[in-house]
Design a protein around this ligand. Structure first.
Ligand SMILES: *Cc1c(COP(=O)(O)O)cnc(C)c1O
Length: 384
């Protein structure tokens, strides 16, 4: 690696004032300590307490989505979101192959079948044009329901994922969903604070899912949330994520097989504290973005991945795309050896053992992108 890269690595360490810069760390101050201490002092740290309701309300306000159900993690949120939206055992669900494994796992927990489609170069998320071409190729509408003519299975839903916080091109995707009677369920795990045409991601689908894992833009330790504008779906999601217990002062009645997926109060307390600072985190991410953009102009054969048109990204993970003059693994070795933690994008789902035999479209863009995308340190911080 040449002088340009040495300067690059040194600048990142200077900005973060660290000899080893992690990819993403949570940011806490007295606020978190106060909220969590209050929760512990109250004794209500588990499945009952005021912070869960408060966290749900504040998230609804922040995202502009009517209803929020807080759960134990983002994977569980996605599983239940898909379930309440009507995904059933044996259904196929369109999703990108270029995603974190949780998207495919969540569908699989419902005994549904992930059906992998390609992504767009511009958004790194589902490509609506390619999706429609694929539907025309393999789809057949039977009694109003799209089916896969090769497998005979119903294709129920589409799960776009807003990669690294960059919103998918939602308008044309919504059109495809309407044309083929497909449920739109957004995996918005990475895009809290990202907007498409001024509206918060996660507010477009019939349901969507957020994650508050420790590496996300804000954290509850572990946690997730189901978002929906549909009261009925929200009530049902709340019901089945709290063991499907029929409300009663003392009786234990459960009217179906439910899940113990409720977010504990102590995690919600942490979430309320983090949510107070979410705007600041997003601002700081975008400041880091402008610094990276400037630095990367000086690197030959490297481009900075910018937010797509019509959208405002939270820039959760800062990302570069390396050209063919570079070998990805050499770049990764160099950065990690020189104190800059960096990693490649996920191995696409269609290459993973549990999903390699799932139905899929031509994935040429996915296969091209997977060798070229690298995430850089992205912890929000005051840079000025
Ligand atoms: C983080 C993430 C999830 C959910 O993850 P949990 O760790 O279960 O909270 C789901 N999908 C994507 C794309 C993610 O990045």
């Amino acid at each position: 690696m040449n002088e340009q890269w040495i300067t690059f690595a040194n600048s990142i360490k200077e900005i973060y004032q660290k000899d080893f810069v992690p990819l993403h760390e949570p940011t806490f101050d007295e606020t978190e300590i106060d909220y969590v201490t209050d929760c512990i002092k109250s004794g209500w740290v588990s499945s009952v307490g005021k912070y869960v309701d408060r966290f749900e309300q504040e998230l609804a306000e922040f995202t502009g989505v009517k209803r929020v159900v807080a759960v134990v993690n983002g994977t569980a949120a996605l599983q239940i979101a898909l379930k309440v939206a009507g995904v059933q055992a044996g259904d196929e669900v369109f999703m990108p192959s270029l995603t974190f494994v949780a998207t495919a796992n969540a569908a699989s927990y419902l005994q549904a079948v992930p059906h992998f489609v390609d992504v767009s170069e511009k958004t790194l998320g589902l490509d609506p044009i390619k999706l429609e071409e694929h539907i025309k190729d393999i789809g057949e509408v039977k009694s109003g329901q799209l089916t896969n003519k090769h497998t005979g299975r119903i294709i129920r839903a589409v799960v776009p994922m807003h990669t690294f916080g960059h919103p998918v091109d939602l308008d044309p995707l919504i059109e495809v969903c309407e044309r083929y009677n497909l449920v739109l369920a957004e995996d918005a795990a990475e895009s809290l604070g990202s907007y498409y045409k001024g509206k918060h991601t996660g507010g477009f689908g019939r349901v969507s899912a957020l994650s508050f894992n420790g590496n996300k833009i804000m954290t509850t330790g572990g946690g997730g949330a189901i978002l929906t504008n549909d009261d009925k779906l929200a009530d049902y999601a709340k019901h089945i994520t709290t063991t499907a217990k029929v409300p009663h002062r003392w009786a234990y009645e459960h009217d179906e097989i439910g899940y113990n997926y409720r977010m504990p109060n102590i995690n919600a307390a942490l979430g309320c504290a983090q949510l107070r600072k979410i705007r600041e985190f997003i601002e700081q991410k975008r400041e880091i973005t402008s610094i990276y953009e400037e630095m990367i102009e000086k690197l030959d054969g490297v481009r900075f991945v910018k937010e797509p048109a019509n959208s405002t990204s939270n820039y959760w993970l800062q990302t570069i795309r390396i050209g063919s003059i570079h070998d990805r693994d050499t770049v990764l070795d160099f950065l990690n050896d020189n104190g800059v933690m960096s990693r490649p994008i996920w191995t696409p789902m269609h290459e993973l053992e549990p999903f390699k035999n799932m139905p899929k479209d031509d994935l040429s863009t996915t296969n091209r992108l997977k060798r070229t995308l690298i995430n850089l340190p992205s912890t929000p911080m005051k840079v000025k």
